[in-house]
Ligand binder design. Structure first.
Ligand SMILES: Cc1cc2nc3c(=O)[nH]c(=O)nc-3n(C[C@H](O)[C@H](O)[C@H](O)COP(=O)(O)O)c2cc1C
Length: 190
């Protein structure tokens, strides 16, 4: 596979928890990535709360690092939990920083895929829809299908955070293949 089809994907999990299902999901995606795709996980824990006064003095270092990582990536892969039917604050906060200033945001035009895991029965569907809405404003073209909505996550991962459910591994694989095709299509290469 030539360099033109080598894809660098930036993975962001919207949970800071060590035992997070969504961080585990991102690790599973790293394992399941198709040939030629590399997924680098970006830790959003050091990103401070958005404050326009702080921004006016210059981006804090973790924000600069986040923006650079997004800019350098060919595509984004977000693993979001669902909090109160929405996107967790830590993830929305990171996206808010990355969205600034709106005319220069590295999120604009960046292909993205969304997935999520929850112990509940709906697999983060409401958080994912909310994230799509945010991506409308940032002009981040998020892949529409397949959806990866992992319900009853505690039955799909083992105690070490390994994704053991074969069907779910298949869904993640399909999502990554679709993200590859989507990214190449937006690049005009396929
Ligand atoms: C503040 C809060 C709100 C939550 N709200 C929801 C919710 O709306 N829907 C849902 O499916 N799970 C909800 N949960 C449960 C999370 O899905 C569960 O904690 C999950 O493990 C979080 O993702 P993580 O494992 O990646 O940290 C909530 C959890 C917290 C802490």
């Amino acid at each position: 596979m030539g360099d033109e089809t080598r894809l660098r994907v930036l993975g962001i999990a919207g949970s800071l928890r060590e035992g997070s299902f969504n961080r585990a999901l991102l690790r599973a995606a790293q394992e399941l990535a198709p040939e030629g795709m590399e997924i680098r996980a970006f830790d959003i824990a050091p990103i401070p709360l958005y404050n326009g006064d702080v921004e006016a003095r210059g981006d804090p270092e973790p924000v600069t690092a986040l923006k650079a990582a997004i800019r350098e990536a060919d595509a984004l892969l977000i693993a979001t939990p669902e909090y109160n039917y929405g996107v967790p604050g830590v993830l929305k906060n990171a996206i808010d920083w990355a969205s600034r200033p709106p005319d220069k945001t590295p999120l604009r035009g960046k292909p993205a895929a969304i997935m999520g895991a929850s112990p509940g029965p709906h697999g983060t569907v409401r958080a994912q829809l909310q994230l799509r809405q945010t991506f409308v404003f940032t002009q981040t073209p998020a892949l529409l299908a397949p959806e990866v909505l992992i319900a009853r996550a505690h039955e799909k991962f083992d105690k070490e955070g390994g994704l053991t459910d074969e069907a779910t591994r298949g869904y993640v694989r399909k999502l990554l293949e679709a993200l590859r095709d989507w990214t190449l299509r937006l690049r005009g290469g396929a």
